[in-house]
Structure formats: structure tokens, C-alpha cells
Design a protein around this ligand. Sequence first.
Ligand code: GTP
Ligand code: MG
Length: 627
Amino acid sequence: MSSCHDTVVHIHPGGQLVALVGNPNCGKTALFNLLTGSRQKVANYAGVTVERKEGQFRTSAGKTLRVLDLPGAYSLNPRSPDERVTVDVLHGRARGEKRPDIVVCVVDATNLRRNLRLVLAVQRLGLPCVVALNMADMAARRGLQVDADALARELGVPVVPTVGIKADGDRALRALLEDRSLWKAAQAAQEALHQDGDHHTVQTILERLGLDKAMPETASDRIDRVVLHPVIGPAILAVLLFLVFQAVFSWAEAPMGWIEGATGALGEAVGALLPEGVLRSFVVDGLIAGLGGVVVFLPQILILFFFILLLEESGYLPRAAFLLDRLMGSVGLSGRAFIPLLSSFACAIPGIMAARTIADPRDRIVTILLAPMMTCSARLPVYALLIAAFIPSRQVFGGLELQGLVLFALYLAGILGAFAVAWVLKRFGSGKRHVRTLMMELPSYHWPTVRAVATGLWQRALIFLRRVGGVILVMTVVLWVLSSFPVPPEGYTEPAIEYSLAGRIGQALAFIFEPIGFNWQISIALVPAMAAREVAVAALATVYAVGATGDEAGSALAPLLAQDWSMATALAMMAWFVFAPQCLSTLATIRRETGGWKWVGVTAGYLFVLAYAASFVTYRVALAFGL
Ligand SMILES: Nc1nc2c(ncn2[C@@H]2O[C@H](COP(=O)(O)OP(=O)(O)OP(=O)(O)O)[C@@H](O)[C@H]2O)c(=O)[nH]1
Ligand SMILES: [Mg+2]
């Protein structure tokens, strides 16, 4: 799952252009990262890269080549928007981009039959190309001897073995790209001749290389006999997901305690240094309470992503898609929607972009509409705060943590909500629908490398902390100003914060949110939360810190909420965050990906109605039960 903040791509219109092209999941991005020192997302399933990304490769002679990483493609007849990106680049039709000077065809050495067909198609375009025989390590481990020189003679282009996951695994490819004679030969390249059936050509090549025999059963096949078993498979999936949510609470307890202790101590120390007054309130109640209130959730986010990274890199995710395909089909969702929806658990933005891998336009729109309902990591702090404040930490059903269970239920609520909406769209949508069965490649399992997981976690931490130092900081400052000014006149008896702008705006909004049990503090927190979900936590922390009096001052947010809110209010707010329209950047992404405002309006509208209804029902039912 990639980030909310994709790396900025710098365009360098000059310079020789090298494009990496190949089937999905053959390791293009891994090689791109090695060549250019980038950190683009790599994961063990098809369709990770959906946009073109550019990097630079510096030759030892000091020349700079521009390198493009492209979405994977099975053929050059694009069926989905991401494949179209690749084909457009190869034809020189991509906006602001010239035709590549050289194409590096990346092929998966363990699956030459399918991969070579794309090489032939690229050659036919008349583009000079070289072949990177990637996954050379895996091929060797399986006892596949691919003779690079023989393959080079068959194809008539240079072939070098590469290993995308080894620090020096791109050495041969680097040497090739540095070779001046390659570029001279490239200029002279002609339209390749063979036009006759590629299937036949590939078969002939494989026969000559002695690689046409049936492959022996691999370890992956043996694992899949258990993991894809109709009964055992879903059971494993359920247990796995369950353990993840349990771990998010139980493992995070200690590190969260440290962060809480540290921010508390910092607040006290700074509070003692600064004189009583506006500056102290700004630093202690605004910055430290607001940002500290959010930073404390870093351990939980990292634990969640630790598991997601393991699942992504091992190759388990497409298996999960396979297991859930029937279920998704029964509500009218294409199995292709699985990966985009799953990516949305990190952030809806990469999820919505990953919907580019869906060929059918209707399926794609439905997936985009549902993506915001998956619980993005920005909502985790909100849930975790409410759970810590209102759900007792105790064991139920023999050993299960109640808090983890509630978190699991909130994630599940989003998924079930999405399924319900998909079902309604299928019932009342455009006429008869036949759901195609999922044709999805199951990659070989690998062990995730420590480096990949560590880099992934590091990037996650950076993204989160950048949000804290960016949008969350700005919103916290705005909220502190709103809750501190204007200062009430002498003799004002109510709490000062109710006189402030924040208090007044909150009370003005109350007529909308009162029926669903929200007080004015929540109402005011919901507005800046449109910028980023975590802001709700920082906003509540600030509003309560500014408003705190006497012995409440300086205590953590959760106990304050536990005192101030009813259980019904807390549950209603959880329900709100399951469905509420996403942050503004998600809506902006929907606009970009669908090319208009229509679907933005539809998404925001239906999510608002759903969130309001869900909170209303939750609140009323909870009240009826006397909570
Ligand atoms: N064993 C081994 N694994 C590799 C090698 N190159 C890449 N991988 C792994 O293969 C998987 C796919 O790599 P990516 O670089 O994401 O593949 P891609 O071609 O960019 O895939 P898409 O963007 O989906 O088209 C990841 O799990 C990588 O860690 C290699 O040479 N050997
Ligand atoms: Mg890629």
C-alpha cells in the first residue's frame, strides 16, 4: 500500500530516456529503485504501480539518464487505464514525454512463457530494447537454468540477469546501460521482423533453450493447497486478521505509555518555564496537547503496517482476494476490486488510484465509491482514542481483548457497509450484471526481507510524522486560536471557551449534530477533520486542554472524554467515523481519477447521509439501552 504522499516526480525533458516495461509483478519497480535510488512501492502482487514514475540513473562517466518505471502490462492492447499508461509511453503518446530511447524489458525468469510474449510485442514497435532477466535468484533456486547468452541470440537483443531484491542485483544492467555501443546500436534499430504468432515463437525459443518442459511443483503450490483450501483457507484468513487487531492494542500498550509519559513531562517542563498567559496556553494546550494527542498513536499505526507489509511482501494478498472473490461477487463487486479496496486501509488515495487496474468502467467507479469506507490509517487514532476512553480493557470469551475486538468490529462495519452499498448498486443499478470470475495471478510466496519491512515502516513513520508536522499542526494552531479568542469580558461567568469563536461555531453547528448525540466540542472538531482525520483527535485535545480548569488541566485526553461524554455519544462518534465523507484530498483524488465533480458529489453526499443515519441509530439505540 502506498502512501498518501506520493513522491514528487521531477520532469527532466532533456536526456536519454530509458523505460522499464514488463508483465505485472516481474520486479520492474524493484529494479527501478536499485537503478535510481528511489523508494517506490514494491509488493508481491500484480498492479502495484499504476502511474509512470521517473528517476535518474547516473553513469560512471557522469552522464544522467532518465528512467521511467511503468505499470505492468500483459500485452500492448491495453485493457485497463494503468496498462494504457504504459502503452501510451511506448508509442510516444504520453503527454509531455518523448518516446523512450531504450526500453528495458523486465522479464520474470521463472515465467518466461508469458513474459517473452511482451518482449516480442515491444520489439515489434521498433523500439530498441534490452532484456533484464529478473528473479534470476528464484529461477536458480528452482533449478531453472536460463542461458542469458542463448536467449540474447534468439531474441537478437542483449540479455542480462538481474535480482531486484539484492543490493547489487542490477550490476549487469547498469553495465549494459553504461555501454556506449548499446546506444549506437539502438539508434540503428529497425522494426523487428517476426510478425507470425508470438505464441509459436516463444515456444520455439523455449524449446531451443531446453526450458519447455513442465515445471515441477513448487513450495508455493504446496502452501496453496492449504491456504486456498475451501474450508481451511477462510479460517486462516479470519484468524490472521483477528490476530492483527489484537496485536494493535496489546503490543502498542508499552510504547504508547512512553510517548504519553514523554509528552506529559514535556508539557509540565515547558509549562513551568513559561509565565502564565497566552504563550504558555499556545505551547502547552495548543502544540503539546494537540500534537502529542496524535503522536501517541504512532505505535499502533506501525504495528498495523508491520502486518500489512508482511502480507504484501509474502504474496498472501492475492490469495485473500481469491478466497473472498465469491463473497465479493455475490454483492456485485469484481474480484479486481479487492486490491484497491485493501490499499484503502492505508489511505483511500492510493486505493482510488489502484482502481485503474480495473478494466470495466462501471466496476471501477463502484470501487472508487466504496474505497472511502475502508478504514484508512488516519482514522485509527480516532478509534483508538474513543476505545481507550470508553471500552474497558478486559478479556472476553476466554482470552480475547475487548478493545481489540471493538476495533475489529469497526473495521468490519466499514467493510459490511461497503458490501451493502455494492449490493444496493447491483440491485438498482444498470440492469443485468454478470460477474466475471477473477482471473488473477498468484505470485510465488517469498520471505519478506528485513530491509523491505524496515524501509516500509520507516516510510510509514515519516508519512505520519510529516502529517503531524504539517496539516495537523496547522489545524491545531487554527483551533487553538479559535478556542482562545476573543477573550470574554470581565465578569463573564461561563467557561471562557464558550465565549470564544470555537465555542460559538460549535454551538451554531450543534443543531445539526445534537440529534446524533454530539456536543459542541465534537461539532467543532469535525470541521478541521475534513483536512485530515487525525485532526479530530488533535482538535478535541486542544479544545479540552484550553477549556480545562483546575485539577483537570494537564491530564490526558481519554479520561477527560470518559468523564464528559456518555457512552452513547462515544458509540455514535465511532459510527460517524466509519462512514463520514473522507478528507478533502480523497475527494480531490476522486475528481482527478473520474475527470469531473459528479462522482465527488455522489461520494460525499451518500457518505454524509450514511454517516448521519448510522450515528443517529447508534445514539438512539444506545440511549434506549440506558448507556
Ligand atoms: N526473489 C526475487 N524477488 C524479486 C526480484 N525482483 C523483485 N522481487 C519481488 O517481486 C515482487 C514484485 O516486485 P515489484 O518491483 O513490485 O514488481 P513490478 O514489476 O513493479 O510490479 P507492478 O508494479 O505490479 O507491475 C516484490 O515482492 C519484490 O520484492 C528478484 O529479482 N528476485
Ligand atoms: Mg511496479
